[in-house]
Write a protein that binds this ligand. Structure first.
Ligand code: FAD
Length: 466
């Protein structure tokens, strides 16, 4: 039997489900096909579970370090099983919410695995059998999957991927992580705060490769304080499974050594999840890294076929996938919509958090833009002091001539929330004066954004006169 619909979306992650909901709002008849769970990687195995674990780690760490505020608590315990149950309840609440919204928007959800049999036809394999869906418009939103590391077979118990690291029902005594990128450091920091001895091995010459070094330096200090050992330019050579753990052989330019731990987490990046989609049958072009090629309306080289989210390339961010989902849905409905990445923020939930938007100082210079930079450290913020959270700074990068805000980088408490003001500034083409002229409530961490913007002009009130 062939089902004919106006639009079909493959994958119900933050890209696909958002696209389907926007199509529903725009009265486009839509089928959303998902092979696993509504919410995709982000809600089920990524963003939300990792942030639940990080929040728990932060709470435990905070309580353990409040003695100077006069707070002590003896006998603090973490019940990992209960933590998992709570985490799952958060995930379920959100994924049930997606189901309710789909129903309200008139989006039909089909549980099954989709593959192209032609440019506008999908074969969907469900529990009940195979069906064919013919759609005028199709959105590919199949996300990404972990990159396997040759020689490090993941068994899900001793050698694991991030998804399994977020599902442990025992807090491991020790954890070694291959990969000092965002995911490895977020999970490593959370477990270190819950009492695990953590070692990180990164192949490249800095943690979170690609990020400005002054931001990374702040994180390095916290990692050390938390007792996390890390090695850059460290090559994982091989793993040996023992009766009660793993032994990882590592080589750095200086030495060769072994790390013994309960569990080894392999977190070396992700690749597009498109292998079994039959894209060749639809004639859809990929780039040389295997990402689906799209234009600014998220349309592929095949008319009426769109792609969004992780499957189209880096950065892997849920809100990028969602934004692209809205753009693709609106383009399908005939609205003038285009993706614009100028004000796309990124948040990293390490300790302290890191958040960036727009251009870094290095990127602006590479593009030949003359910049002027302001910086304000949280140690000069009254609110940061009352939080006892003094690490980090806000850095505002402005165009030297026009003073337009080009980028903002924050490393410090609540950076992931503070960055939105900067995104709005960039989105609206604001100048550093606009941020400086905006009265910020006192005492708040957001005052640091205002002071950093004022510092671009050499007039931050709470910095010594230059
Ligand atoms: P996905 O969320 O991967 O969804 C794709 C969906 O497609 C899946 O449900 C899959 O089952 C389905 N699918 C695939 N193939 C088929 C098929 N053939 N038929 C039917 N269904 C199919 N991003 C952030 O912005 N903030 C964070 O804090 C954050 N934390 C993260 C933490 C971890 C541990 C990980 C792994 C990722 C994190 N990310 C975070 C990244 C974020 O999860 C992704 O960028 C986001 O999920 C991408 O959304 P998507 O819709 O493109 O794909």
């Amino acid at each position: 039997m062939v089902r004919k619909v106006e639009a079909a979306v493959i994958g119900a992650g933050p890209g696909g489900y958002v696209a389907a909901l926007r199509l529903g709002q725009l009265d486009v008849q839509t089928v959303l096909v998902e092979r696993d769970r509504l919410g995709g990687e982000c809600l089920n195995y990524g963003c939300i579970p990792s942030k639940a674990l990080i929040s728990t780690g932060n709470a435990v760490h905070r309580i353990q370090n409040m003695e100077k505020m006069g707070v002590t608590l003896k006998g603090l315990k973490v019940d990992a099983q209960k933590l998992q149950e709570w985490k799952q309840s958060v995930v379920d609440r959100l994924t049930n919410g997606v189901a309710t919204l789909c129903k309200a928007a008139g989006v039909e959800v089909v549980y099954g695995t989709a593959a192209f049999t032609g440019p506008h036809t999908l074969e969907v394999t469900t529990k009940e059998g195979k069906t064919t869906i013919e759609a005028s418009s199709i959105i590919i939103a199949t996300g990404s999957e972990p990159i396997p590391l040759k020689g490090f077979d993941v068994d899900g118990e001793r050698v694991i991927y991030p998804k399994q690291a977020l599902e442990l029902t025992n807090i491991p005594k020790s954890l070694t992580i291959i990969g000092g990128g965002i995911t490895g450091l977020e999970i490593g920091t959370a477990y270190a705060k819950l009492g695990t001895k953590v070692v990180v091995v990164e192949l490249l010459d800095q943690l979170i490769p690609g990020l400005s070094l002054d931001l990374v330096r702040v994180i390095e200090r916290t990692l050390k304080r938390l007792g996390i050992e890390y090695y850059v330019r460290g090559k994982a050579l091989g793993v040996e499974r023992t009766e009660d753990g793993v032994v990882l052989a590592v080589e750095t330019p200086k030495e060769r050594f072994e790390i013994v731990s309960d569990i080894l987490l392999v977190s070396v990046g992700r690749r597009p999840s498109s292998g079994s989609l039959g894209l060749d049958k639809a004639g859809i072009e990929l780039d040389k890294e295997g990402f689906v090629k799209v234009d600014r309306t998220m349309q592929t080289n095949v008319e009426g076929v769109y792609a969004i989210g992780d499957v189209t390339g880096i950065p892997y961010l849920a809100h990028k996938a969602s934004k692209e989902g809205v753009v693709a849905a609106e383009a399908i409905a005939g609205l003038p919509s285009e993706a614009d990445y100028r004000a796309m923020p990124a948040a990293i939930f390490t300790d302290p958090e890191i958040a960036t938007v727009g251009l870094s100082e290095e990127e602006a210079k590479e593009q030949g833009i003359e910049v002027t930079v302001g910086k304000f450290h949280f140690r000069a913020s009254g609110r940061a002091l009352t939080h006892d959270d003094l690490e980090g700074f806000v850095k505002v990068i402005g165009d030297k001539e026009s003073h337009e805000v080009l980028g903002v980088q924050i490393v410090g408490p609540e950076a992931s929330d503070l960055i939105s003001e900067a995104s709005l500034a960039i989105e609206m083409g604001a100048t550093v004066e606009d941020i400086g002229l905006t009265v910020h409530p006192h005492p708040t961490l957001s005052e640091a954004v205002m002071e950093a913007a004022d510092d671009v002009l050499g007039r931050s009130i709470h910095l010594p006169k230059k």
